[in-house]
Design a protein around this ligand. Structure first.
Ligand SMILES: C[S@@+](CC[C@H](N)C(=O)[O-])C[C@H]1O[C@@H](n2cnc3c(N)ncnc32)[C@H](O)[C@@H]1O
Length: 356
């Protein structure tokens, strides 16, 4: 394999671009490892360090750390002083790669590349024979999703997301009933439950593992509970004042049914707050979106596939704003306002209020 790697001679701009993609994929995996092992956090706390000093600070094996540093230095992420054999993480890079930098820690997102890599064989099989890969087929999907949710949703709820529905914060303070569809490991709803102790929160998800993780994280919070439930058959008419759905509808086997379930469980004056991926439905409108290749890849290798694994519609993460608004309307959400947040290039937030 290495023979062919080193024999690549980019002869034109396009070939160079393909090499850049291959290198980018490789570095993304190393960034994921740097995040998971705490190497970026440890290096950011040292003015500079040898590989031995960094390995000691992070509690890791020096030989692996030194090879990782090789990728980081040649990838332009870490500075290196060959005279002293010392490595340093520039401050502006620490601002995009460390836990202290959340919600701007982009290292969190690189973990998805490795998660997707774990199912490549299964996805190739699907290209030949159709079908999909079930959630259980992905190593570490729920923990990585929880990490992502903590950073993009939970940390932004108070300052950015709740103000998208004027008056909602005040109602949460007074005390309302909230349900989070497809809550995963519950990061967002647990955050809300802590902020608003007079409101009650229910998180439902199909995954027993995710619900177990959510329950463990919420043992000391009395106003939140979790149930293993299929959103497509969830039927509690007019029981909730607020329905939240963070990054779940496009994954569904039956997204149309789930949207109707969400509408059906809202009380008069209830509010829907739905986050989904910031893409447009026509492919050609995504050409200038620098995140679009990432989204189509995640969609093909996860979101679309988990739905097809259940004989579902397979909408995919790139279903787009136009189709989302249409399907929300068909499910009975009459007035939908679609919001964008300046700091979040990845998501739309759809808000709808139910009439009296
Ligand atoms: C992309 S994850 C998002 C999880 C969570 N909302 C978050 O932001 O971290 C989608 C979630 O939807 C759940 N899910 C998929 N189909 C479901 C269904 N029919 N009923 C309930 N949950 C479902 C999955 O188990 C998964 O936890």
């Amino acid at each position: 394999m290495c023979q062919s790697c080193i024999s690549i001679q980019p002869t034109d701009a396009f070939a160079e671009k393909v090499v850049e993609y291959a290198t980018g994929g490789a570095i993304a995996m190393m960034i994921s490892i740097g995040h998971r092992t705490g190497l970026f956090d440890a290096l950011s706390e040292l003015p500079s360090a040898t590989s031995e000093e960094l390995a000691l600070a992070a509690g890791l094996n020096e030989r692996y750390v030194r090879e990782w540093l090789g990728a980081m230095v040649t990838g332009g992420i870490v500075d290196y002083d060959p005279g002293l054999a010392k490595y340093a993480l520039p401050e502006e890079h620490a601002g995009a790669l460390t836990r202290a930098a959340a919600p701007n820690n982009i290292a969190v997102m690189t973990q998805f590349i490795s998660v997707l890599g774990s199912v490549e064989d299964d996805i190739v099989e699907c290209f030949h024979n159709g079908g999909g890969v079930p959630y259980e087929g992905y190593k570490r999907f729920h923990p990585v999703m929880a990490d992502e949710s903590e950073q993009t949703v939970a940390s932004a709820l108070e300052e950015y997301i709740l103000p998208l529905a004027p008056g909602l914060r005040e109602r949460l303070v007074e005390g309302i009933d909230v349900i989070d569809f497809g809550c995963g490991s519950g990061r967002a709803i647990i955050h809300l439950a802590r902020l608003f102790p007079k409101s009650t929160f229910l998180g439902i998800d199909l995954s027993e593992d995710a619900i177990k993780a959510a329950r463990e994280s919420a043992v000391d919070i009395p106003n939140v509970r979790f149930e293993v439930q299929d959103a497509a058959s969830f039927d509690r008419p007019a029981a909730f004042d607020l329905v939240t759905a963070f990054d779940i509808v496009h994954d569904q086997a039956q997204p149309d049914v789930v949207l109707r379930r969400m509408r059906g469980c809202l009380k008069p004056h209830g509010v829907l707050l739905m986050q989904d991926i910031k893409m447009r439905t026509p492919l050609e409108l995504n050409r200038d979106n620098p995140l679009a290749p990432f989204i189509y890849t995640i969609s093909c290798m996860h979101c679309m596939s988990v739905s097809l694994a259940q004989n579902g519609l397979g909408l995919g993460a790139a279903w787009g704003r136009e189709l989302a608004e249409q399907m929300l309307g068909e499910a009975g959400f009459e007035e939908v306002i679609t919001h964008e947040l300046e700091h979040d290039p990845m998501n739309y937030f759809f808000v709808s209020r139910i009439a009296a």
